[in-house]
Design a protein around this ligand. Sequence first.
Ligand code: GLY
Length: 293
Amino acid sequence: MAGAWAVVVHGGCKPIRPDEVEANRRGIAAAAEAAADRLRSGGSALDAVEAAVRAMEDDPIFNAGRGAVGNADGVVETDASIMNGDTLDIGAVCALQKVANPVSVARALLAEEEVLLAGEGARRFAAARGFELQEMPPRPTPAGGCDTVGCVALDSRGAIAVATSTGGLGGAPVGRIGDSPLPGCGFYADSAVGGVSATGEGERIARTLLAARLIQALEAGAHPHDAVQATLARLDRIGGEAGLIVLDAAGRIGWGFNATQFAVGWMTAGDEAPQVEIAGLDAAGSGGGSRLS
Ligand code: GLY
């Protein structure tokens, strides 16, 4: 729909303790609102997804930025990505230390030829671009695991963007990189088709190219909800847990997961407030939803 905007965010598919449910809901709503603030004033999808992911990186309830877990050495190493669906420009960083908002470092990389900077190279790039380098104490790894945050947005000019950020898997080997900074695995955006952000077991998501498969399903004409279900079924061959949020070029929203719980929220131009769902809170197993804007 011309002129309409839409946004969908996730805070990871992960087991959520009862005493953390409300904090997850608040965090998802705040992230969706941060994106919606940009979109309703005519801001770009890129600005919207960066704002939403920064909000979740600043919220210690999520495993990203300030809430990131530590690796096997107890050190925080983060991965983040952002993609412009108009130009197909990508900025991504991985195994980045000492930066509170890795998604903004990824955003700074968008204008450069390089797609992905790792470790010391990413840290030097961040420092050269004026990002504060600071100690990042790791959050204790939650029982049952932890995951990723992400946002997909469609702006009023029809541009789609996606951003994803994670502290990775708690206790993972030093230098381990998951799906979140890998295009076609943890994210992808093409304004002519749609955008997707993934969460879940990075090694499984990478081996099944979940984001690329999802985009292919949209290109073949699937509704986002059906595309999510068909894409998650790709995991059946090797096992693994994942969640996906999707927006297509028509502004239709879909999401789904095959894990315990999935924190999602979405909002479109006609909505007064974001809709937030901690999917699977009451019943484990596959789930998902969609929204026709
Ligand atoms: N999905 C985040 C990771 O595996 O690192």
